[in-house]
Design a protein around this ligand. Structure first.
Ligand SMILES: Cc1cc2nc3c(=O)[nH]c(=O)nc-3n(C[C@H](O)[C@H](O)[C@H](O)COP(=O)(O)OP(=O)(O)OC[C@H]3O[C@@H](n4cnc5c(N)ncnc54)[C@H](O)[C@@H]3O)c2cc1C
Ligand SMILES: *[C@@H]1O[C@H](CO)[C@@H](O)[C@H](O)[C@H]1NC(C)=O
Ligand SMILES: *[C@@H]1O[C@H](CO)[C@@H](O)[C@H](O)[C@H]1NC(C)=O
Ligand SMILES: *[C@@H]1O[C@H](CO)[C@@H](O)[C@H](O)[C@H]1NC(C)=O
Ligand SMILES: *[C@@H]1O[C@H](CO)[C@@H](O)[C@H](O)[C@H]1NC(C)=O
Ligand SMILES: *[C@@H]1O[C@H](CO)[C@@H](O)[C@H](O)[C@H]1NC(C)=O
Ligand SMILES: *[C@@H]1O[C@H](CO)[C@@H](O)[C@H](O)[C@H]1NC(C)=O
Ligand SMILES: *[C@@H]1O[C@H](CO)[C@@H](O)[C@H](O)[C@H]1NC(C)=O
Length: 564
């Protein structure tokens, strides 16, 4: 028998090899296997009538006749199951210009308005049984759109608001001291109010409605008080979680320690549905907040100002103060202003003013004009717990954790980066000085918190926005341009080849999210993911295991090793 020469077989063999493994697609509306009306009704009975149909926030607000103040209030929007604070994530049009049907857009079909773990367990079991796409949401704050998905069943934890105090929280027989356990729907402001009544404080961010037990701590959780107390994830003692297999477990240092490790910094929404979190509490304290506004006539002056700011980056170390340094620009070349908020624990207003004075003097030397400054002392909770958060906008972020070395070794590069960002048209560059101090010392804690947090001095975010009237194609172009231009600039500013970013305040299109968001922890996180969620029930964009799925998390990608 005459065999064809081997080289003639090559294309055939190559074709065989290239044959992608058949994709696994989750059940979508319209599929024959999608749950019937009767099946949804049965689920509704199981969750005591707490199943609700979900619509985008614009539709919900049209029906409820929301006024403008309500539309842009995060507290008000918290009651709308389909809403995202950045409503661009509700709009499928952002990702898919060919899909003109934006009625349901990128919003789940149904939600379980859970108040008890059993409600979540029923939703998890139903989703697993029918192979549904799942979304988990508490507040809808997510800047990466990870808490909404079209065609999904939403496990909505906003109304899990139980609060329990203890003076001695026991883990594995050891007393961990004073702590508070809060439901995963509790916003920071509500938590601050509850702990203040007990003379306590927790480590939390500056916001009203961000949920401590939602995505905040799973991402790491930064606070203006972090230089003194560490990250929020460093101060968690326990989570209660509904797992992908429907079980309800406790994760702490001795029970499911691997899950406990992953939940502290391993990325939001990838591990299970958190129903409660236990936070270490501290005796409450007062803090001085010093605020100043410095005006710059041009982008070049503003960039020079940021060089001056860089040279003062360690001024606050001895008192472990935190600082937000937000630069707002009117456009390339145009005027800009720097808003400086410096928070100093246990300090007087005068002491805080003196602490910032050398920086303010140098900002003026660099060409800035000090428009105003003031300082006051207030209870810690009042300083970080805002009355409400502004919501209802279009936004995209790009960010980097910037190491101390970038400031000490290359202030010129800091100036140059700011100048380039402003020239590109970035309207706000939000700086968070909350690394160093206890955040660095807490490198000894074994958790999934990105190691870059431990060497970071600041977390810097560039943001962009656009008008609602901007055509979808232009939004896509703007988004692509932003990602392609801004991320490399921020990465270069760090001076590191493998720079890192805070996964909660970042660009969901980070090209190398595994390294950028999780660093060397990615392999261990993948193994924990495979153990706890082998069939990928909980997948979020740019989260652990998401590389196996398409952008919607609906179908596995070719060559994926996801279990079918
Ligand atoms: C105004 C504002 C201020 C902010 N301030 C700070 C700050 O000071 N410090 C800081 O570190 N960050 C801050 N953030 C970022 C914040 O940490 C993230 O947006 C975080 O993801 C919010 O979590 P959430 O649960 O409230 O939001 P959601 O949008 O509800 O969820 C965010 C992510 O967490 C997942 N998730 C939500 N609930 C659960 C749950 N119960 N179980 C499992 N997964 C869940 C979602 O699937 C999603 O992936 C701020 C954000 C905004 C909009
Ligand atoms: C679930 O049941 C409740 C109570 O019977 C009902 O009000 C609600 O409309 C039902 N939800 C759906 C999605 O049908
Ligand atoms: C866009 O939407 C259409 C219709 O829903 C779908 O067939 C197509 O696959 C989508 N494309 C992308 C890139 O998601
Ligand atoms: C969700 O449940 C809470 C608590 O029972 C209730 O106050 C709220 O109105 C419900 N929201 C919706 C949209 O059903
Ligand atoms: C609230 O917490 C307490 C104490 O842990 C518990 O007994 C109670 O059942 C919880 N309530 C809800 C609604 O979860
Ligand atoms: C603040 O001052 C009080 C009173 O001197 C002290 O007990 C407390 O430990 C201080 N808090 C911090 C965080 O330093
Ligand atoms: C400080 O100055 C800025 C710019 O002029 C202004 O917008 C802001 O309201 C002022 N703040 C205070 C507290 O006066
Ligand atoms: C990106 O934006 C810059 C500045 O706005 C512009 O000059 C450039 O042409 C844009 N590039 C693309 C590919 O759109």
């Amino acid at each position: 028998m005459l065999l064809p020469p081997f080289f003639l077989l090559l294309p055939f063999l190559a074709a065989l090899r290239a044959q992608p493994a058949r994709a696994r697609c989750r059940t979508q509306p319209g599929d024959a296997r999608f749950p019937s009306r009767a099946e949804w009704d049965r689920l509704n009975t199981t969750v005591a009538g707490r199943l609700i149909a979900v619509v985008p926030s614009a539709l919900a607000c049209a029906e409820a006749r929301c006024n403008d103040a309500q539309w842009s209030s995060a507290l008000f929007r918290d009651g709308i199951p389909g809403q995202m604070n950045a409503y661009n994530w509700e709009q499928l049009c952002l990702y898919n210009t060919t899909d003109g049907a934006c009625a349901q857009a990128n919003v789940p079909l149904f939600a379980i308005n859970a108040t008890l773990p059993e409600h979540v367990q029923a939703g998890v079991a139903f989703s697993a049984q029918h192979d549904l796409r799942v979304a988990i949401k508490s507040s809808g704050h997510d800047y990466l759109g990870r808490s909404t998905n079209r065609g999904a069943l939403l496990l909505w934890t906003q109304y899990m608001k139980n609060v329990t105090f203890t003076s001695a929280f026991i883990v594995g027989g050891e007393d961990q001291g004073s702590a508070v356990t809060v439901g995963s729907g509790m916003g920071l402001r509500a938590i601050y109010t509850a702990v203040q009544a007990q003379g306590k404080m927790v480590v939390g961010g500056t916001a009203a409605t961000v949920s401590a037990g939602g995505g905040y701590i799973q991402g790491a959780g930064h606070s203006a008080f972090s230089p003194m107390f560490g990250l929020a994830a460093d101060n968690v003692l326990q989570f209660e979680v509904v797992l992908a297999d429907g079980s309800f477990v406790v994760a702490n240092a001795v029970s499911h320690p691997d899950l406990f490790w992953a939940l502290r910094g391993g990325g939001a929404g990838s591990w299970g549905v958190v129903t409660s979190v236990t936070l270490r509490t501290f005796p409450t304290f007062t803090a001085a907040i010093h605020t100043a506004t410095v005006l710059f006539a041009s982008s070049a002056d503003a960039a020079a100002g940021m060089r001056a700011h860089a040279t003062h980056i360690s001024d606050y170390d001895t008192v472990r103060a935190g600082q937000y340094f937000y630069l707002f620009s009117n456009g390339p070349g145009e005027n800009a202003y720097l808003q400086l908020n410096t928070l100093v624990i246990n300090a007087s207003a005068d002491a805080a003013t003196q602490l910032v004075a050398p920086l303010l003097a140098d900002l003026v030397t660099a060409g800035g004009t000090l428009a105003n400054q003031s300082a006051l002392v207030a209870p810690a909770q009042a300083i970080v717990g805002f009355a409400d958060d502004r919501a209802g906008y279009n936004t995209l972020l790009g960010s980097r954790l910037v190491p101390l070395s970038a400031y000490t070794d290359a202030p010129d590069r800091i100036e140059e980066t700011y100048r380039q960002l402003l020239d590109f048209g970035v309207g706000s560059i939000l700086g968070h000085l909350l690394g160093g101090g206890k955040v660095a010392e807490n490198a000894v804690i074994d958790s999934a918190v990105h190691p870059k947090w431990r060497t970071a001095k600041t977390h810097v975010i560039a943001t962009t926005t656009w008008a609602d009237s901007t055509p979808a194609a232009d939004v896509l172009a703007l988004k692509a341009n932003f990602t392609a231009t801004v991320l490399p600039l921020l990465a270069a500013m760090t001076g590191e080849p493998d720079s890192g970013a805070y996964s909660n305040e970042a660009d969901v299109d980070e090209p190398n999210f595994r390294t950028t968001f999780f660093g060397a922890h990615y392999a261990r996180l993948s193994a924990i993911k495979a153990a706890y969620d082998p069939r990928s029930l909980f997948v979020v964009r740019a989260g652990v295991g998401s590389e196996l799925w398409d952008a919607d998390g609906m179908c596995t990608v070719a060559g994926s090793t996801a279990r079918v």
